[in-house]
Ligand binder design. Sequence first.
Ligand code: HPA
Length: 279
Amino acid sequence: MDKFYTMKDFQEAVAAIRQYTELEPKVGLILGSGLNALAESVEDAVIIPYDKIPNYPVSTVAGHQGRLVMGRLEGQPVIVMQGRAHYYEGYSIIQIGFPIRVMQVLGVETLVVTNAAGGLNMTYRPGDVMIIRDHINLMGMAGLNPLRGPNLEEFGPRFPGMNNAYDSQLRDVAQATALEAGIPYHQGVYICLAGPSFETLADVRFLRTIGADAVGMSTVPEVTVARHGGIQVLGISGISNSLGGEEGVPEPNHEEVLEAGKILVPRLETIIRGVLRTL
Ligand code: HPA
């Protein structure tokens, strides 16, 4: 049986964070696999390891630092998750949403979520950026929705809408920034699978057929919780590998995900800074 959180659980976490800083973050930033270096640009940074925060899911994967960095980026007060927990690590889908609730209680209004993803769309290349236009909540359709359980009315409605989940204005600004900086980008549909195994060749063809452009193992649960709470979202995938869906194509592997991160970090930083300047 899943554990469902109450407001008290979130408040305990917020109280622990308040021991470190009084900063009132307006923007939340989640850094995906290989993208942790983005947090190094945060000014006046206060660092809080996840294991110092009650109930907070701790990430165990290589490339995920597992700490909050709070400070300023482009003058905006930010809370940065340097690494995240995934469903495949053994957390419940409800636990994956916990950090988003903490952000909401702290007053976050905008969430910028990043991830590493495999390119399903044949035109995508490793190192490309995909501004997420929409997602397919395949895990949610199969019953793994982070909003399952008692609805906390203080956070949002029982049956939240998911149109414009990825804010069209934020996407426009992200796109304009990428264009101006000469960063190769696309707008596309992200799909989240549970992982940790990568896709079979038939999976790849299926995912492409149902309209997904990039596949990963995160983001959708977090965005679902954020939208329930009325937080506006910008999502960006860093394409770490191309998925051919044909015999003879090399297997994706975690090392190439981390490797692509090196090219992607400066690209994502440029786009995120551009967006933060307009908030
Ligand atoms: N599949 C699923 N998740 C991923 C991939 C992939 O090819 N690359 C990075 N995350």
